[in-house]
Design a protein around this ligand. Structure first.
Ligand SMILES: [Zn+2]
Length: 251
């Protein structure tokens, strides 16, 4: 459920050791499973996924489109349809051409195979058409791809007293899970400022593209962006709060 293919490789690798009744230690078995998993993930899955209609997003930090962390590619959570990849590259190249300090940082996308197979906990990331992107932040007024949360989720741009507090509203309706991503940051920092200007530019570039179906974002962030575009929507209380990332999907 975490990687789509990990369980299959686990079954094959431990099945093989059982058949040959080898006396190899448990640690060597686990190590050989991990090596097999990585080799399959990085060399076997991409060409098969491409044949099935999904392509992996870049891993190298030198490009304009980068993973927020390496957990995403290692867990096979970076696959999209070719159309979405070309849209993302075109957006990230445009942003990077304009300001070399900025790249587009992606979070969870989709698994490599099978339409309808959800990338938990994102139920809708199941067809190669959706991806989550990181906001921009500044430190001491200097912009960049800075990370308030190591995992990319769970460190929120909180609403002010005057803004709508959607989290309070959803939780008061019984949606207790609405902000549970705060427990899975894998480490966070408090010294960064939300970069409204560059995040707004990213959202503007996304909604201006004809292939964009919608983006999902928290209402108080939408108000701050002042873009008045009907492709920008609220995700609903059944999902989780979106004031830590942008959900972007194409048609
Ligand atoms: Zn999403």
């Amino acid at each position: 459920m975490l990687t789509q293919i990990g369980g299959i490789i686990w079954a094959i690798s431990f099945g093989a050791f059982k058949i040959y009744k080898s006396s190899i230690s448990r640690y060597v078995k686990i190590l050989s499973f991990l090596v097999a998993y990585l080799l399959v993930s990085f060399f076997v899955v991409p060409p098969i996924a491409k044949y099935c209609g999904r392509v992996p997003l870049p891993i190298m930090k030198s490009g304009s489109l980068i993973p927020h962390n390496y957990i995403t590619p290692i867990l096979n959570r970076r696959y999209v349809r070719p159309k979405l990849k070309s849209e993302l590259l075109s957006i990230s190249n445009s942003i990077n051409d304009h300001n070399k300090r900025l790249k587009v940082s992606y979070l969870d996308a989709n698994f490599p195979f099978i339409d309808g197979f959800p990338l938990l906990p994102h139920l809708s990331h199941n067809d190669g058409l959706k991806i989550d992107l990181a906001f921009y932040y500044t430190k001491n007024n200097t912009e960049g791809n800075l990370k308030p949360s190591n995992i990319g989720y769970g460190k929120f741009v909180e609403p002010s007293q005057k803004e709508l507090n959607q989290t309070q509203l959803c939780k008061s309706k019984g949606y207790w899970h609405y902000d549970y991503t705060k427990f899975i940051t894998l480490g966070s920092r408090n010294d960064l400022e939300f970069d409204l200007e560059n995040t707004k530019n990213l959202v503007r570039q996304i909604v201006n593209r004809s292939s964009t179906q919608k983006i999902l974002i928290e209402p108080h962030i939408e108000n701050r962006l002042k873009l008045n575009n009907n492709k920008i929507r609220f995700q609903g209380c059944h999902a989780v709060r979106h004031d830590d990332h942008i959900h972007y999907q194409i048609e």
